[in-house]
Design a protein around this ligand. Structure first.
Ligand SMILES: [Zn+2]
Length: 171
């Protein structure tokens, strides 16, 4: 796969990116500043909201055919119940792999409706980030479950560089 490609829509050359990172979860940004101190607790890289929700960063890996390493790494936010997290905290401390039922909390710009999708979050204390597996039927789940084609990579790039609204204008 080349590092850049010539775009069929605008004729320019665009870089093929492989990673997207969302620095701050939307759920935190949506809380008014005046309430943040009371409702948001930051623990290392994670957040606790209203003593109920545990928000953590995790990676969604997408593989391309004939590649052993993941091609795309979407670094996104997922929420799990704080209660669940506490229940498994002991196992985590022992270095065991722990899985949680959670929900995707990031709106990935080039997928429709990713926020709110049911996910499994896998955590191992020895790794920097959790791994997120999409459970609910969706395009992103399909991309994650099956290896995608290089053609599909270009489609994703098009969705990123030319979001739908622009698409319609050029038709
Ligand atoms: Zn273009």
């Amino acid at each position: 796969m080349k590092k850049a490609y010539k775009c069929d829509i605008c004729g320019e050359s665009h870089d093929v990116f492989k990673a997207v990172e969302i620095p701050t979860p939307e759920m935190v940004l949506e809380i008014p500043d005046s309430e943040k101190e009371q409702r948001v607790k930051k623990i290392q890289e994670s957040y606790i909201i209203d003593d109920q929700v545990y928000l953590l960063k995790g990676d969604v890996f997408i593989y391309v055919e004939n590649n052993k390493e993941p091609f795309f790494i979407w670094s996104v936010w997922a929420s799990i119940l704080l209660e669940d997290f506490k229940t498994k905290a002991e196992a985590l401390k022992k270095g065991e792999n722990v899985a949680f039922d959670g929900q995707l909390e990031t709106k990935i710009p080039f997928y429709e409706m990713t926020k709110g999708l049911k996910v499994k979050v896998f955590i191992n204390i020895n790794y920097d980030y959790a791994v997120i597996k999409i459970e609910e039927e969706s395009q992103i789940r399909k991309d994650q479950t099956e290896k995608i084609t290089e053609e599909r990579v270009l489609k994703i790039m098009e969705m990123y560089y030319h979001p739908k609204e622009e698409y319609k204008k050029s038709e």
